[in-house]
Design a protein around this ligand. Structure first.
Ligand code: AMP
Length: 187
């Protein structure tokens, strides 16, 4: 199988993480979640973890320079060069998208497709309220959703302008949604 390079975009509560795991298992690309990488760094108490922890706890975004550096290093590793990648949580800003383009160009590769897992705001809000996590107060949920809108709308345009964006309806059963995504990737 050809090494695929994919990006998955979607609101919190869209089922992005679950679908990302299934995509990487089925299509053989390596799932890279920058959120997971940062949480691991915090848990390990590394220099990166120390830099990221406060920002993450405050619900902000870790700086572009730090994020671009981490991702550039990870994307250059042999396993990803051989198997491809599914990026989850990166890019999150236009600056990161530009960096991703440069990283790929340096490596002589390209992003094949960005999948936008589309679940309406009202639906994800309901899902998050229903899961009842302690940090999921209505205020926190609204803040995160508003931030996503602010940060991600430009990214949809960014990928769209390069003819790389496919929006997939994320409402439905896990299996149905995965089938829709598979149809896009298999094209
Ligand atoms: P996530 O698991 O993707 O929701 O990420 C958890 C937290 O890690 C985010 O709230 C940010 O603070 C940070 N983070 C993850 N990915 C990025 C990124 N690409 N740029 C900046 N901060 C990020």
């Amino acid at each position: 199988m050809r090494a695929l390079r994919l990006v998955i975009l979607g609101r919190q509560g869209s089922g992005k993480g679950t679908q990302a795991l299934r995509i990487s298992e089925t299509f053989g690309c390596i799932h890279i979640s920058t959120g997971d990488m940062l949480r691991a760094a915090v848990a390990a108490g590394s220099e990166l973890g120390r830099q990221a922890e406060e920002v993450m706890n405050a619900g902000g975004l870790v700086g572009d320079d730090i994020m671009n550096g981490i991702v550039a290093e990870r994307l250059g590793a042999d396993d990803i060069m051989a198997n491809g990648v599914l990026l989850d949580g990166f890019p999150r800003t236009s600056d990161q998208a530009d960096a991703l383009e440069r990283i790929c160009a340096d490596q002589g590769v390209a992003i094949d497709r960005a999948i936008n897992l589309d679940v309406p705001v009202d639906v994800v809000r309901e899902r998050m309220v229903a899961r009842g996590r302690e940090d999921d107060t209505p205020e926190a949920i609204d803040k995160r959703l508003a931030l996503y809108e602010e940060q991600t709308a430009p990214l949809l345009d960014w990928f769209g302008a390069r003819d790389l964006l496919t929006t997939v309806d994320g409402v439905g059963s896990e299996d149905d949604v995965f089938e829709r995504i598979s149809a896009v990737i298999g094209r």
